[in-house]
Every structure is written in structure tokens, then in C-alpha cells.
Design a protein around this ligand. Sequence first.
Ligand SMILES: Nc1nc2c(ncn2[C@@H]2O[C@H](COP(=O)(O)OP(=O)(O)OP(=O)(O)O)[C@@H](O)[C@H]2O)c(=O)[nH]1
Length: 228
Amino acid sequence: MEPETREEPEARDEPEAGDEQGCTVYGFYDQDLTHKTILVGDSGVGKTSLLVQFDQGKFIPGSFSATVGIGFTNKVVTVGEVKVKLQIWDTAGQERFRSVTHAYYRDAHALLLLYDITNKSSFDNIRAWLTEIHEYAQSDAVIMLLGNKADMSSGRVIKREDGERLAREYGVIFMETSAKTGVNVDLAFMTAAKELIGRCLELPKEPKFQINDIMEQKPQKSGCCGFT
Ligand SMILES: Nc1nc2c(ncn2[C@@H]2O[C@H](COP(=O)(O)OP(=O)(O)OP(=O)(O)O)[C@@H](O)[C@H]2O)c(=O)[nH]1
């Protein structure tokens, strides 16, 4: 759904964070970088609501119409004394926009993949979303799995442990959020920002999470997830 702030992004050809170069200045994290962060997941899981809660600190129930295409909001997150610029893209969850949103995966430094804890199919579709991410996103992108609508305890059909287990299986970060109450919303973006800084400063520069390895893992590696 559409957040209120809309502008066209500047054309940027220079290296961005997550690239092999251009991530640090004299060994320190380069605070001028802008990290492209994308919200993905089935239609109605709460992507727009999560972004509006993070950006404006409010929840407007049922007020959005389904997102058409894609839009973004710029936010600066402070991690300790470091400022991390996030350009957060809200994608349309509807299948008919999938080819449009795929085009944005390639430049994403972080992907926040949402399901709705009250909607089983949104959870069942997570594996397919991760397959798409594997196909279109950079292999070292930060990936987080978020079980949204955590405030709706009476309608819950997906246990927290199920989300945790799936995240562990794919080696991605997990948390439950509520765009309504704001629970873990700042934390989710803060965690993504911390991971982005961490990956930037890692020496040697090796991706922590190799979704390629995960997706191509052979069954003979039984008993071990092999993810870090
Ligand atoms: N109770 C509750 N409702 C939520 C929460 N997040 C979103 N909603 C509601 O769920 C519905 C869908 O939310 P959206 O933010 O529009 O979902 P979306 O993922 O952006 O949907 P698309 O744009 O179609 O991809 C709206 O009625 C929201 O008010 C939440 O954390 N708790």
C-alpha cells in the first residue's frame, strides 16, 4: 500500500554499501551511503503499515488501498553514534506486480520479508518468496523474516516457533512485529541497519549469509543446516 511520502529516487551510478568497494572511508563506515531496503511479502501482510509506523509512528487501520507498483521513503537510523541512511521501498504484494518488483531486488542491500501471523498462506508462501530473493537479489543482502500483526493473538495461526524455525532453516534474522502497536518495528529496521554496518566492516569482506548455498544445498548434508 502506498506510504504518503513519494519522490523519485536520484539516479545513482556510484558504488553503494554492500558493494565490494565504497563501503568505508579510512576504515570507518561511510555515513553518506544510502542502503536500499525493500519490504516484500504477500498482499495484506502489512508492509505499508509497517513502513508508516516506522516513518510516522502511527497506525491507520484499513486506510490503505493495495500498493500499486512500488514507492519509497527515506529514513535515517542511528546505531550508536553512527547514522545509517535507509531508502525503504514498499512493494506491491499482489502477484500481478511481481515482475515490476523483481527489478528492484538486484540493488537491494536489505530485504524485509513479511508474513501475517493470522494468515497461513502468507506464511506458506515464504519459501517461494525466498526462492525469488535467491534468484533476483544479491547473495550478500541482509534478509529478515518478520511475522507481522503480532498484536492479533486471538487470530494467530502461525506460532512464533514456526517462524523461528523457518528463519533458522534459511539462516535469516527473525522477529515478530506489530505495525499496529509498534512492537519491534524500530527494532527491525535498527537490526537491518546494524547488519548492514557489520557486513560493510567485515574483514575479509565475505557475505555472512549466502542464500545461494542454502538453496543449492544437497540432501546428503543431512542433520546440519550449515548456515551461519
Ligand atoms: N491488527 C493489525 N493489523 C495490521 C497490521 N499491519 C497491517 N494491518 C492491517 O492489514 C491490512 C493490510 O495492511 P497493508 O499495510 O495495507 O498491507 P500490504 O502488505 O502493504 O498490502 P499490499 O500493498 O497489497 O501488498 C490493513 O487493513 C492494515 O490496517 C498489524 O500489525 N496489526
